[in-house]
Design a protein around this ligand. Structure first.
Ligand SMILES: Nc1ncnc2c1ncn2[C@@H]1O[C@H](COP(=O)(O)OP(=O)(O)OP(=O)(O)O)[C@@H](O)[C@H]1O
Ligand SMILES: [Mg+2]
Length: 331
């Protein structure tokens, strides 16, 4: 659905990511994660064409439609909620506007009639007749009253606007949905509703979130931005977290072993290099030292909170012992 080829991006000398090659497919939900400032929002902007990468390309089939969760809470102040939601499908909204203008004309010509006919058929193809009902379903799903559809956006509270903008991004069955932190300012019922919606979604969903619970419930893949690389993993957040922790542990263990070996070799060399009978062996080992390398572990830009409990004493072998227990209910 979306192919990212050799994408790199730098801001004034600071490399955010380089040589990124990724494929996003239909029916999958990708959770984009990374430390604050790692470049998650920037990566989404590259995917939707708002930002040009320094190198590489992003491509999507021409007949596919992408929807983006808008971040500007004031951009639609002069519109009604219904119009704002329908604007999620720009083409449909434009058709409706043009149709209205045509039908309002006093000198409606034959040419206008033909144009109106063409617009009507495209309108029907885009499910225009269902638009209001669909918008209402989304609005109500997010916990707003149906009546709000006819209110002006400028009169809404911040939290209501967030929901309307989310409904806009989900409206009209887009092939790809990009959401940057959609659960911010959402109440728990709306988050659960969004999780259900995304789990069932036929298209490609790419979502940035710091909410692990949400990511676990919706993601089929994790896209991790770290060390200026972007890597994709199959599975939800928990699976990614466990496996990446295990990799770090394995690398540490491996490095510890290598370091021990190095120390042993160095000791041998310093002890025996002066000793004639052993000097050949010492030279061989010195050469070996040059070959052994300690794998450099890149410093992660992440900071994980850590809570640990130290045991005061080792527990005994028998933690709990149960003998001859019975329970009877109603005789
Ligand atoms: N237009 C820009 N010009 C210069 N630097 C920028 C620009 N936009 C973003 N940056 C920098 O790029 C880095 C990545 O920013 P971005 O907003 O993509 O991070 P993020 O991963 O979304 O962070 P957060 O989790 O806080 O939302 C930051 O250091 C930011 O200051
Ligand atoms: Mg961001």
């Amino acid at each position: 659905m979306i192919t990212v080829s050799d994408v790199s991006l730098s801001f004034g000398g600071q490399v955010l990511f380089k040589n990124v090659d990724l494929k996003f497919s239909e029916g999958n939900c990708y959770g984009v994660i990374g430390a604050n400032g790692a470049g998650k929002s920037t990566f989404l902007k590259i995917l939707n064409g708002e930002l040009e990468p320094s190198t590489g390309t992003v491509s999507m089939p021409k007949d596919k439609r992408m929807s983006v969760l808008k971040q500007d809470h004031f951009a639609f102040d002069e519109y009604t909620v219904l119009d704002t939601v329908i604007m999620g499908n720009k083409r449909l909204y434009d058709i409706m506007q043009e149709k209205d203008a045509l039908y309002a004309k006093e000198d409606f010509s034959e040419e206008d009639g033909e144009r109106a006919g063409a617009l009507e058929s495209e309108f029907a193809e885009l499910n225009g007749w269902e638009a209001e009902a669909d918008a209402s379903k989304l609005i109500q799903g997010l916990g707003l009253d149906e009546g709000i559809l006819y209110s002006q956006m400028s009169g809404l509270s911040g939290n209501e606007k967030v929901k309307v903008l989310l409904a806009q991004a989900l409206f009209g069955s887009p092939d790809v949905i990009l959401l940057d932190e959609p659960t911010n300012h959402l109440d728990i019922d709306a988050i659960r509703w969004l999780e259900d919606f995304l789990q069932e979604y036929f298209g490609t969903v790419i979502v940035v979130s710091h909410d692990r619970h949400f990511l676990n419930n919706v993601c089929t893949h994790i896209v991790d931005i770290d060390y200026t690389k972007i890597k994709m993993y199959v599975g939800n957040y928990e699976f990614w977290y466990e496996s990446s922790q295990m990799m770090q542990r394995l690398m540490k263990q491996q490095n510890k072993k290598t370091e021990e070996k190095l120390k042993e070799l160095q000791e041998f060399v310093s002890r025996f290099s002066a000793n004639k009978s052993k000097s050949k062996q010492a030279t061989a080992r010195r050469k070996l030292i040059e070959k052994v390398s300690v794998e450099e572990m890149p410093a992660s830009s992440r900071k994980y909170p850590f809570i640990g409990f130290d045991m005061d004493r080792e527990p005994g072998k028998d933690i709990v012992q149960v003998d001859g227990i019975s329970k009877t209910v109603d005789g």
